[in-house]
Structures are given as structure tokens and as C-alpha cells.
Write a protein that binds this ligand. Structure first.
Ligand SMILES: [Zn+2]
Length: 185
């Protein structure tokens, strides 16, 4: 039987979840406006799971000698609020009340710089492999708690990175099952 995780946010941090603070964040221009949730995927190296390289990347500690791809990206300063690994484990890198650096050039309903008002969640995954049941379960439970704390994030303000950066980003990709996700909320 799978243990269902219930998340609890206090002062912008998940209680009882893994925390690895990233230096890649700053203040939101309007801390009261947290009104968008952006779903991403990431795998490092691409198409490989586990290894802990996402933690390193978001901390600015990726070792370029570990993989040729890392040489291209190790100086890039990005982050997300949370990562959900293949086994459903959730790690938080940035306080939800702060601005994480996940969306880049982006636009939602005519408004640019989505990082200002968004929370970003990364799923460990790619455009080549389905996400896991543990990831959907964790994402649904985490989203519920985020919506409880940040009620401006209604379901019509939960989007993929592809939706706010079209032509530039495709994540969370063809395997992300929006119906499954939304039906669980
Ligand atoms: Zn993304």
C-alpha cells in the first residue's frame, strides 16, 4: 500500500520535505501576487534519472567534467521551487514566497516575466518517457497544498512551461497527462 503524502506549507517552506536551498532566487516584485503554477520537466544528463545532478545544477554546483552536456550548462543560473523525482520524492530549493528562476522569457495572458508571480515545479522526466504514478500522486498532493496557501492559483492558472514560452520550450511534454493531473485536484 502506498503511503499518501500530505504536504504542509509554513512560511513558504514545505514542512517535512527535503530542502536544498538554492542561491538562485530573489524577491518577488509583489509578494502578494502568487497566481500561476508552471509545470516543467528536467533530467540531467538528458534522459537519465537519479544521480543528484539536478540538486547540483540548482545550487550552481554542477561539475562540468561529469558529462559533456554539463559543460554547456554549468554556468546557467536557474532554479525551481520544487523538484519531484521519479520515486515521488519532493525537494524544495526556493521559498514559495520568493522568486525562483524557472520560466525565463515567458508570457501568460499578456503579462511577461512569469517568474514574478509564478511557482515552478519540475518533474524529473523528459519528452521520451512517461511520468510515474508516484510523481502524479506527489504533484497532485503538493498542488492542493499550494492552492490552499495561494488561492489565486486556480486551475485555469496552472500551465506548462510550453504554454508560457511557446516556440522555445516544450516541457512538460507529450507524456504529461493533464487530464490525470487535473482530475486528481
Ligand atoms: Zn521548463
Amino acid at each position: 500500500m502506498t503511503q499518501k503524502t500530505v504536504f504542509k506549507i509554513a512560511d513558504g517552506w514545505l514542512e517535512n520535505s527535503r530542502k536544498i536551498p538554492s542561491p538562485h532566487f530573489d524577491a518577488r516584485p509583489d509578494p502578494q501576487d502568487i497566481s500561476l503554477l508552471v509545470i516543467h520537466y528536467i533530467s540531467l544528463p538528458p534522459e537519465q534519472f537519479g544521480g543528484g545532478f539536478i540538486d547540483d545544477f540548482f545550487q550552481g554546483k554542477l561539475d562540468p567534467s561529469r558529462h559533456p552536456y554539463f559543460e554547456e550548462i554549468y554556468r546557467v543560473r536557474v532554479s525551481a521551487h520544487c523538484l519531484i523525482e521519479r520515486n515521488g520524492r519532493v525537494t524544495q530549493y526556493v521559498n514559495f514566497n520568493d522568486r525562483a528562476w524557472h520560466a525565463g522569457l515567458s508570457c501568460f495572458e499578456g503579462r511577461e516575466k512569469c517568474n514574478d508571480f509564478a511557482i515552478g515545479i519540475e518533474l524529473e522526466g523528459s519528452n521520451e518517457q512517461p511520468f510515474t504514478a508516484a510523481q502524479y500522486a506527489a504533484l497532485i498532493s503538493l498542488t492542493r497544498e499550494i492552492q490552499r496557501c495561494y488561492p489565486l492559483i486556480r486551475q485555469n492558472r496552472i500551465v506548462g512551461h510550453c504554454d508560457i514560452s511557446p516556440g522555445r520550450k516544450i516541457d512538460p511534454g507529450r507524456y504529461f497527462d493533464w487530464k490525470r493531473y487535473f482530475s486528481g485536484l
